[in-house]
Write a protein that binds this ligand. Structure first.
Ligand SMILES: Cc1cc2nc3c(=O)[nH]c(=O)nc-3n(C[C@H](O)[C@H](O)[C@H](O)COP(=O)(O)OP(=O)(O)OC[C@H]3O[C@@H](n4cnc5c(N)ncnc54)[C@H](O)[C@@H]3O)c2cc1C
Length: 372
C-alpha cells in the first residue's frame, strides 16, 4: 500500500493546480487520471484563452478578474513557455453591444487600452467598434501547461472505480491518503453531490494552419487566437444537454469559422485538428472549492431541513472538491487550487463565493430532486 497525504482524482487544470499548491505546502501528493494528463476532459479540449471578464461589476466578474490576475502571474512566473501573452481584444458584436462596452469601462480593473477601428484594421481585424485590448491576457497550451504543472508530482494513470474510508484514510486500489480531492470535471459517481448542481456544457474548437500574420488574440462571440507557430485556434461552441459520446467530427466548427471570417482573413485557413469536450459548471456558475457535505446524513438526521431548518452542516471527513470551473478553467484553476490547499493544509476558511456549502440549504428547500 502506497501512502500519501493527498490523492487528487483528475488531471485537468483543476486537479493539476490543486496538486501543485498542496505539494508546494509540503504534502506528499499523488494525482490519478483514467486517461492521462489533460488527455480527455475539458482541459484537453480547451483553447485555454486566459483573459478578464467584462461587465458591470457583478460578483462573478470580480471573482473572475481576481482569478485572472492570479493565474496570469502564476503562469508567467512558473510556466511562461506554455503561456503566450498575446493580448486579447474584446470586440463588441454590434452597435447595441458597443454601447454596453461604454458602460463596462467603469468596471474594468484589468490593465487595458481602447482600440479604434483604424488600429484594429492595422492588426488585420475587420471591425468598426471601439474595443478593449487587454495586453496582459493570453493563451495557454492546455495539455503542455497541465503536464508542466505536474512535473514534480507523482502521477498514475488509474481509474477511480471504488473507494473506502477506514481509520482516517481513503483507500483507492493500492493507494491510500488522508485527504481525497475530487477534480473529476462534470462526472461524479461516488458521492451524493446533487446540491452542487454540476452540469456539463459540451463544446468544440479547432486548430487551423495558416500563414496569416496575426499577433494578437481576440474575442467577439467566439475566440480567435494569435498565430502561434503557424496555428490559429478558433473556439468554441456551447451546447447544453448533449451526450458526452457525441462524435467530434468538425461539423460544429463551420459556424465558428463563419464568424471568424467576419473578423480576420481566413482564406488560407486549413483545419488541422478538432477538439471537443465537456465544461463542468455549477448551479450558480461560481466554482466549487472546499469540503463536501454528507448529504445522506443531513437528510436522514434533519428531516426538517426540507422545510427551512438550518442545522450545522456535517461534512464527509477529509473529502474535498475542486470543480465547476465552467468555460474559464484556465483562468480559475490556479487560484482555486491555491484556495483549496490553504484550506486543507492551513485550515483557512474557503472564500464563501466558491464554498459549495452556499448551495446546500437552498437545494434542500427547493430541489425537485428530493421527495417531500
Ligand atoms: C471546447 C472548449 C473550449 C474551452 N476554452 C477555454 C478557454 O479558452 N479558456 C478557459 O479558461 N477554459 C476553457 N474551457 C473550459 C475548460 O476547459 C474547463 O473549465 C476546464 O478544463 C475544467 O477543468 P477540470 O480539471 O475541472 O476538468 P477536466 O479537464 O474535465 O478534468 C477532469 C479529469 O478527471 C478525469 N476523471 C474523471 N473521472 C475519473 C475517474 N473515475 N478516475 C480517474 N480520472 C477521472 C478525466 O479523465 C479528466 O481528465 C473550454 C472548454 C471546452 C470544452
Amino acid at each position: 500500500m502506497k501512502k500519501y497525504d493527498a490523492i487528487v482524482v483528475g488531471a485537468g487544470i483543476a486537479g493539476c493546480s490543486s496538486a501543485y499548491f498542496l505539494k508546494d505546502k509540503g504534502l506528499k501528493v499523488l494525482v490519478i487520471d483514467r486517461s492521462g494528463v489533460a488527455a480527455s476532459g475539458g482541459s484537453a479540449a480547451a483553447g485555454a484563452f486566459v483573459s478578464p471578464k467584462i461587465g458591470k461589476g457583478s460578483e462573478l466578474q470580480n471573482l473572475t478578474n481576481e482569478a485572472f490576475e492570479f493565474s496570469k502571474d502564476f503562469y508567467l512566473q512558473h510556466f511562461s513557455q506554455y503561456f503566450t501573452q498575446t493580448g486579447v481584444i474584446r470586440i463588441p458584436k454590434d452597435e447595441e453591444d458597443a454601447k454596453k462596452f461604454e458602460e463596462y469601462e467603469a468596471y474594468n480593473e484589468a490593465k487595458r487600452e481602447l482600440l479604434f477601428s483604424d488600429e484594429l484594421n492595422e492588426l488585420g481585424i475587420d471591425n468598426s467598434y471601439e474595443s478593449f485590448l487587454f495586453s496582459e491576457a493570453g493563451v495557454c497550451d492546455a495539455p503542455k501547461m497541465c503536464e508542466a504543472i505536474l512535473k514534480n508530482i507523482e502521477y498514475e494513470q488509474y481509474e477511480l472505480k471504488s473507494l473506502a474510508y477506514e481509520d482516517g484514510c481513503w483507500f483507492i486500489g493500492d493507494y491510500c491518503a488522508k485527504n481525497l480531492i475530487l477534480a473529476t470535471g462534470y462526472e461524479n459517481r461516488y458521492f451524493d453531490m446533487r446540491y452542487m448542481g454540476v452540469k456539463g456544457t459540451w463544446g468544440s474548437r479547432g486548430d487551423y494552419e495558416t500563414n496569416l500574420n496575426l499577433t494578437v488574440s481576440m474575442h467577439k462571440q467566439i475566440s480567435v487566437s494569435a498565430n502561434i507557430d503557424g496555428i490559429v485556434k478558433l473556439g468554441a461552441t456551447h451546447e447544453k444537454d448533449v451526450d458526452v459520446c457525441i462524435k467530434c467530427n468538425g461539423e460544429p466548427l463551420k459556424k465558428l469559422f463563419g464568424v471568424a471570417s467576419t473578423m480576420v482573413d481566413t482564406s488560407d485557413f486549413k483545419l488541422k485538428e478538432t477538439f471537443c469536450g465537456m465544461r463542468s459548471g455549477s448551479k450558480d456558475y461560481f466554482p466549487l472549492v472546499g469540503e463536501v457535505i454528507d448529504t445522506n446524513y443531513m437528510l436522514k438526521t434533519y428531516p426538517k431541513i426540507l422545510r427551512g431548518a438550518k442545522p450545522e452542516l456535517q461534512k464527509i471527513s477529509n473529502l474535498y472538491i475542486c470543480n465547476g470551473l465552467g468555460g474559464r478553467g484556465f483562468v480559475f484553476g490556479p487560484l482555486m487550487g491555491k484556495m483549496l490547499a490553504d484550506k486543507i493544509v492551513d485550515n483557512k476558511e474557503v472564500d464563501e463565493r466558491v464554498n459549495p456549502d452556499r448551495l446546500f440549504l437552498k437545494w434542500c428547500r427547493k430541489s425537485p430532486d428530493l421527495e417531500r
